[in-house]
Design a protein around this ligand. Structure first.
Ligand code: PGA
Length: 252
């Protein structure tokens, strides 16, 4: 049984004060929720505040990106050891906005993934095709390539913490969510590719989250798919009431 993860990616929203206010409202709403793991990904200036605010609760906090090296002359970067030192538990890697605006390559995602695993961080590796690639019939090729690159040289024994997020670029922040069938199909491709690289046991235990315009209204039908093991939520995670409704989705 794969325990589902419902995660909120706050992107470049919320000051530390706004982040802590969110947590203060959100924790009492979900304090007895044990069915799924809940993770928040605040922006870097809010991260340590959120880690402090969720201490002792059923909510974890992660970073939206990191460098793969421990230290060095890399202005603006944060290292895996620095994240671990503030008790950060999770890290998003290769989000399409990072790939697009910060020019993160498949190689960098691979180096970051290895560094995260080495430092005991739970990596959430984001993959997904553009609308152009989907319309050209290249969805499977893109997903297999991104997964193969990310997992290059990763050992099955050291990748128990691995989490993948399937985020079709055309669904992110657009309001047009992938249909449950489209998402299931992509998740199955990803799981097959994990099996090809890390073996079927690791593929069976790896959580694959769906992201891209997840809302309270569409969460349950997405989560009902056999290969969807949670959600990575952007816009709809910014409001505690809305995010709580997503966390507490009920399948039929
Ligand atoms: P969205 O973003 O839910 O606003 O579409 C998802 C994400 O980018 O992780």
């Amino acid at each position: 049984m794969r325990k589902r993860i419902i995660a909120g990616n706050w992107k470049m929203y919320k000051t530390p004060r706004e982040s802590v206010d969110f947590v203060a409202k959100f924790l009492p709403m979900i304090h007895d929720h044990t069915r799924d793991e809940i993770v928040l990904f605040p922006t870097s200036t809010s991260l340590s505040h959120v880690i402090e605010a969720v201490k002792g609760s059923n909510v974890r906090a992660g970073a939206q990106t990191m460098h793969w090296l421990n230290e060095g002359p890399y202005t603006g970067q944060t290292s895996p050891t620095m994240l671990a030192s503030i008790h950060c538990t999770h890290v998003l890697l290769g989000h399409s906005e990072r790939r697009m605006y910060a020019h993160e390559t498949d190689d960098m995602v691979n180096w970051k993934l290895k560094a995260a695993l080495l430092h005991g961080l739970t990596p959430v590796v984001c993959v997904g095709e553009s609308l152009e690639k989907r319309q050209s019939g290249l969805t499977e090729a893109v997903l297999r390539w991104q997964i193969a690159c990310a997992l290059n040289g990763v050992e099955p024994e050291s990748s128990a913490a691995l989490v993948i997020a399937y985020e079709p670029i055309w669904a992110i922040g657009t309001g047009s969510t992938a249909t449950p069938n489209q998402a299931q199909e992509a998740h199955a491709i990803i799981r097959r590719e994990i099996a090809a690289t890390l073996g079927s046991a690791r593929a069976e235990s790896t959580r694959i989250l769906y992201g891209g315009s997840v809302k309270p209204e569409n969460t349950a039908t997405l989560m009902a798919q056999p290969d969807i093991d949670g959600a990575l939520v952007g816009g709809a995670s910014l409001d505690p009431d809305t995010f709580c409704r997503i966390v507490k989705y009920q399948t039929a």
